[in-house]
Each structure stands twice: as structure tokens, then as C-alpha cells.
Design a binder for this molecule. Structure first.
Ligand code: CP
Ligand code: NVA
Length: 307
């Protein structure tokens, strides 16, 4: 059994050098004409999903397969977690069978508890607080487009949710300019923002006005207005977030070379208009593809199979 292990719970828990190591390996893996099966031969990843997923599930599962290992999909409903078995016991048991655990769940505290009691690496596949594997892939996508992320002006428009929080952690580690526009009452996590500002003084701003955030931006991000678990608030959120739609009028404020990213799923006509989505869809689907390359690198490094 693995006694010394590293978890990937949020971007802030890793150094810039470590994150760059993942991105460098992802570049190598993306260019490999044939996946090198040997990297994780014989290794297994348990994937616990307490929320829905298309991209995260498939990209981790195919990624493990391409690396020569296997992934086991565990939904809340089909496991004893759904019948009240403690996450701590789940961590201890799964650690006896598998080489890593990926989890998508609600509370960040649950993932912390899982990691504390697991003896194998734990990877965050989204919580209410952060979505680090997504934003690390988004950094990879920006680097493919612009070369260096440092000095790039990035805007985030919409809900101060798990994506917004992870963008803040990314700005803390990668040193780009980040301006977030979020309505009052829907700001990002105050603790994440405060800790990021201590380290990355001056380059992270939260504003009310989306035009102020997008002015001169080279990358504009948005995300759904109602995240998983907030379905009952959807109608109210549609009213509150209406001025935060990424549309042509807003993008007219951005730099001429601006690109729009979206982690998906997208709600055309809500956080992004259909014409804007169409214009940037090639890049947005490459962004989705990059999840797999970056996560393969993460898996290869964490599960110890890097060769
Ligand atoms: N972006 C993302 O995490 O997509 P899924 O919810 O489909 O996994
Ligand atoms: N903020 C969204 C991201 C989905 C990938 C959610 O949590 O539902």
C-alpha cells in the first residue's frame, strides 16, 4: 500500500512548479501518436460521483484506460455511501483496492475527510467550492493559444462559484491578471480571495460591472448561473444574472484578440449567447478535450506510474 501520497484537492495546495510539471507532461501526452499503455499498467482509479458528469467521468475513465489502467465508476446511489456509510470508512476500504480515488461531491470538507483517511492519492473532480482539474486544463488551453499565461488578462463573468474560486487559485499560482464580475451576494469565496491576494498582490479584482471586468481582456470565461444542487434557485438566478451575460455587446469591450472559454455544460441564451458560443466553439471543445490530456498527466504523476 501507498504510505506517502499526494492529493489534488485544490490548485492552491500545489506549488507553481508542481502545476507546471503536470502541464508539461500533458503537452507530451497530447502529442503522443499512440498512448503509452505502460505508464499506469495494472493501476486502478475509483471514481465516486455524487453529482452528474459527462466530461469529468469520460475524460478520467478514458484517460486511465489509455494509460494502461482501469477506472471504476461509483455513483452515490449504487454504493453504501448512499446508505450512510461514512466517507472515512469508504476511504479506508477503497485504499485497500485501488491506487487512486477521484471524487465529485458537494462539500469540500468531505473531500478533505476522504483524503485524510485514504492512503492513496485523492483527486477533486469538482466540489461546491472548487473545480481544480477543470481550471488546470483551462490554463493549458490558454497556454496553447497565447504561449505564456503570465501577463494575459483574464476575465470571469457570472456566479462566484466553484469555477470562479478555482480561477482565483489559478491566478495565485500562475500570476496572470484576473478580473471577476459577480453580482452582490454572489461573490467568490472570501477566504480563497483573501489568501490569493496575500500572495498575488494587485492582480485579482472582483467588480460588480461586467464591462469593467471584460475591458481589455484577452480571455473571457463564464459558467452556468445555477450550479448542480442549485436547481431550485434557477429562476431567481436568471433574473439576478441577466446583466452578466457574455454577449457581443460585452465582448466589444475586450481586446481584439479575445477568446471565450466555457467549462460546459453551456446554457445558450443565459450566461452566453448562441452566436458568441458558436464563434468560439472550436476552442471551447478543444478546452473540453484538454481535460483528458491534463488529467492523464495528473494521473501519471500521482499514481506513480510516470516512466
Ligand atoms: N466541465 C465539467 O466538469 O463537465 P461535467 O460536469 O460534464 O463533468
Ligand atoms: N459550476 C458548475 C460547473 C459544472 C462543470 C457546477 O458546479 O455545476
Amino acid at each position: 500500500m501507498n504510505v506517502k501520497k499526494k492529493d489534488f484537492l485544490d490548485l492552491a495546495g500545489w506549488s507553481t512548479a508542481e502545476l507546471n510539471q503536470v502541464l508539461s507532461l500533458a503537452t507530451v501526452l497530447k502529442c503522443e501518436p499512440e498512448p503509452r499503455q505502460a505508464r499506469l499498467a495494472g493501476k486502478s482509479l475509483a471514481m465516486i460521483f455524487e453529482k452528474a458528469s459527462t466530461r469529468t467521468r469520460v475524460s478520467f475513465e478514458v484517460g486511465m484506460f489509455q494509460l494502461g489502467g482501469q477506472a471504476i465508476f461509483l455513483s452515490r446511489h449504487d454504493t453504501q455511501l448512499g446508505r450512510g456509510e461514512p466517507i472515512e470508512d469508504t476511504a479506508r476500504v477503497l485504499s485497500r483496492y485501488v491506487d487512486g480515488i477521484m471524487i465529485r461531491t458537494f462539500a469540500q470538507d468531505d473531500i478533505i475527510a476522504l483524503a485524510r483517511h485514504a492512503t492513496v492519492p485523492v483527486i477533486n473532480g469538482l466540489t461546491d467550492l472548487v473545480h481544480p482539474s477543470q481550471v488546470l486544463s483551462d490554463i493549458f488551453t490558454i497556454r496553447e493559444r497565447f504561449g505564456d499565461i503570465r501577463g494575459v488578462k483574464v476575465a470571469y463573468v457570472g456566479d462566484g462559484n466553484n469555477m470562479a474560486n478555482s480561477w482565483i487559485n489559478a491566478a495565485r499560482r500562475f500570476g496572470f491578471d484576473l478580473r471577476l464580475a459577480c453580482p452582490e451576494g454572489y461573490h467568490p469565496d472570501a477566504g480563497i480571495l483573501a489568501r490569493a491576494r496575500e500572495e498575488a498582490a494587485g492582480n485579482i479584482m472582483v467588480v460588480d460591472d461586467p464591462r469593467q471586468a471584460v475591458e481589455g481582456a484577452q480571455v473571457v470565461n463564464t459558467d452556468v448561473w445555477a450550479s448542480m444542487g442549485q436547481e431550485e434557485e434557477a429562476a431567481q438566478r436568471r433574473r439576478i444574472f441577466a446583466p452578466y451575460q457574455v454577449n457581443d455587446e460585452l465582448l466589444a469591450m475586450a481586446a481584439p484578440e479575445v477568446v471565450v472559454l466555457h467549462c460546459l455544460p453551456a446554457h445558450r441564451g443565459e450566461e452566453i449567447t448562441a452566436p458568441v458560443f458558436s464563434r468560439f466553439q472550436e476552442l471551447i471543445f478543444t478546452q473540453a478535450e484538454n481535460r483528458m490530456h491534463v488529467q492523464k498527466a495528473l494521473l501519471a504523476l500521482l499514481l506513480g506510474g510516470k516512466k
